[in-house]
Design a protein around this ligand. Structure first.
Ligand code: AGP
Length: 612
């Protein structure tokens, strides 16, 4: 998630911009930059790495300016390098722009602008926007050129723009990526991607709506709407009452809860620009130039660790069922030390949120050693695993701060379903079947919103279960990996022992654990093996287990057999894990917080295990 800070007023802009960027560091980033505007024009300083690197570069050649924009970038398109860092500038450098979000038609805009003679210095989608503003700006104020350009743009953006051709002003705009105005009281105006960026100077903010753009000067601000006829629109001023810690967590008590509630938007971001409803297919820029290699794939070996390994298990089931390709899933730490049989035509798929997990990286290198093609499904753009693989899919889920993985897991599942659709439609899957899957993917974000409305009910359930010493999580088919993931979530944040198991396997041993103290969580959505799960539930009920069932309809077959029922919306069997896992995330979170555990930084855990 990138960060934006902008300032125009009577004070020196640089220290204000840098202080604002530091307030946004919690969002995670991998490069930073500023653009300063004074009588000498626009000056841009940008660096990969941390803000202190940027500060050193600025100090090397200080610049006095009372107007400027600044940015911390979390790479989505293009690795974290100096050319890809923001701000981006027009060819003559007299326009500078910073951007949050994803421009879906960036490739089309780039092609058009290149045909008009524009040269691109970066791999980013953002650069197309600043060149488009330059291309369209024949006369009139900066804001008119920005509005004209944004009317050609598709996708999500929050932007801030300055130009030496129209000095003393900043133009900001938002569509799908937050941006607010900080109303200064000392002859100054600010803007930021969230209140943390402006809170040093003001707690009075104006939230822009999607499609809004605004002009900021030292004297004030004016807001407009892209669909308007140039008339100003009224946007009220709000007083921020949160403290900084609450702002960084978006008002949630912990990053883990914030990220659980981000899942409608993070799943929407994985899907953004990647669904082709008309021919029931997926458009995956990171692999579509490798169709020849993918067409020769005879087997896929998925390798990962922890939660990502659980995602791999779901991937195994869906790729085999829908694309007909044999798949095996390997713990990376095991894969690298045994002598796996890896024949010609085997694709090694590494799944990793951080892209830095040592065991997964080592497994990848083992596969490369054998001359195999490698692919990644990674969240951190430009990370080691992302760079190590031949091709791959980025999650675009934004940085995941909480150590326990939540939104990255559901994003991995959605990325795997897009990959499965892509492969299946190049094998035997019909366009009609593909279109059905696309339709179900399109409504996933709103279905996740529905699941999140169970939060209060799950918090009440957590209060009843928080003192248990052991939990059992049971599921079958696509829901077996969800059982494993639910158990891991509880273990790692609440320190309660929990085990995930295939529901039918429970008879071969674990059933000895069942008693009236043992909570048993069943994943029991209505899928092709639901009736078998009902039998397993009856076996536990007969032994007085405390049964919590996650279902996808009213499940009359379970009436009187379970103690608690949590209902999620119905969807296709291979997409149900995206929905059934969320109640388990919330259950683990609430039990852990009730037990006084540090859910964001659980004991003994690291966000990225970069050691073997
Ligand atoms: C998940 O909640 C854990 N924090 C951990 O299992 C994690 O999934 C594992 O370390 C793999 O990390 P990666 O996805 O960054 O490779």
């Amino acid at each position: 998630m990138c960060g934006i800070v902008a300032y125009v007023g009577s004070k020196q802009a640089t220290p204000i911009l840098l202080a604002g960027l530091k307030r946004l560091e919690y969002r995670g980033y991998d490069s930073a930059g500023v653009a300063l505007l004074n009588g000498d024009g626009v000056r841009v300083v940008k660096q990969p790495g941390k803000i202190r690197m940027l500060e050193r570069a600025i100090d090397a050649a200080p610049q006095r300016a009372t107007c400027g924009i600044a940015h911390t970038r979390w790479a989505t398109h293009g690795a974290p390098t100096e050319p890809n860092a923001h701000p981006h500038t027009s060819p003559t450098g007299d326009i500078a722009l910073v951007h949050n979000g994803i421009i879906e038609n960036a490739d089309l805009l780039r092609t058009m602008l290149q045909a008009e003679g524009y040269a691109f210095a970066s791999e980013t989608d953002t650069e197309a926007v600043v060149h488009l503003i330059d291309f369209l700006w024949k006369e009139g104020p900066l804001e008119d050129a920005v509005a004209a350009a944004l009317r050609e743009v598709e996708g999500a953006y929050g932007i801030a723009v300055i130009s030496s051709r129209d000095p003393g002003k900043i133009v900001v705009a938002r569509h799908g990526s937050p941006l607010l105005i900080g109303v200064g009281h000392d002859g100054e105006m600010l803007a930021g991607s969230d209140a943390a960026a402006v809170i040093e100077l003001t707690r009075d903010v104006v939230y822009l709506d999607d499609g809004d753009y605004a002009v900021l000067t030292a004297d004030g601000y004016r807001t407009f709407h892209l669909e308007g006829d140039g008339e100003e629109v009224e946007r009220g001023v709000h007083a921020i009452t949160w403290d900084l810690d609450a702002i960084e967590k978006g008002g949630y008590e912990h990053f883990m809860l914030k990220e659980i509630f981000e899942q409608p938007s993070s799943v929407a971001d994985v899907l953004r620009g990647r669904l082709l409803p008309d021919n029931g297919d997926a458009r995956l820029g990171g692999i579509m130039n490798h169709e020849f290699d993918l067409g020769r794939v005879r087997r896929i070996v998925i390798t990962a660790c922890g939660t990502s390994w659980h995602a791999g298990l779901v991937g195994e089931y869906m790729i085999e069922e829908l694309a007909g390709i044999p798949v095996s899933v390997e713990y990376a730490s095991e894969f690298r030390y045994r002598n796996p049989v890896l024949e010609e035509g085997t694709l090694t798929l590494a799944i990793s949120q951080s892209g830095e997990t040592a065991d997964t990286l080592a497994a990848l290198r083992e596969a490369e050693q054998r001359g195999l093609k490698t692919m990644g499904i990674v969240n951190a753009v430009g990370s080691t695993i992302a760079r190590q693989t031949d091709f791959g899919i980025y999650l675009h889920a934004g940085p995941e701060i909480g150590v326990a993985s939540t939104k990255a897991f559901t994003s991995q599942l959605v990325a795997l379903s897009l990959f499965t659709l892509f492969m299946a439609r190049r094998r035997d899957m019909s366009a009609a079947r593909g279109a059905e899957i696309v339709q179900h993917l399109q409504v996933l974000p709103s279905q996740i919103e529905e699941v999140l409305r169970l939060n209060d009910e799950i918090r009440d359930l957590a209060a009843k279960l928080k003192d248990a010493s052991n939990f059992l999580y049971l599921g079958r088919g696509y829901q077996f990996p969800v059982a494993l993931e639910g158990a891991l979530k509880l273990k790692e944040v609440s320190y309660i022992h929990a085990e995930g198991y295939p529901a039918a396997e429970m008879k071969h041993g674990p059933i000895a654990l069942i008693d009236e103290e043992m909570p048993v969580v069943f994943l029991a959505p209505r899928d092709p093996i639901f009736s078998k799960v009902v039998s397993n539930i009856e076996e536990v009920k007969a032994r007085r287990g405390r049964i919590i069932a996650v279902v996808s309809d009213d499940a009359p077959e379970l009436q009187g057999k379970v103690d608690y029922m949590l209902k999620v919306p119905q969807t296709l069997p291979h997409l149900l894990p995206v929905l059934t896992t969320i109640p388990l995330q919330l259950l683990a979170y609430h039990i852990a917080t009730m037990r006084g555990c540090d859910v964001d930084q659980p004991r003994n855990l690291a966000k990225s295990v970069t050691v073997e």
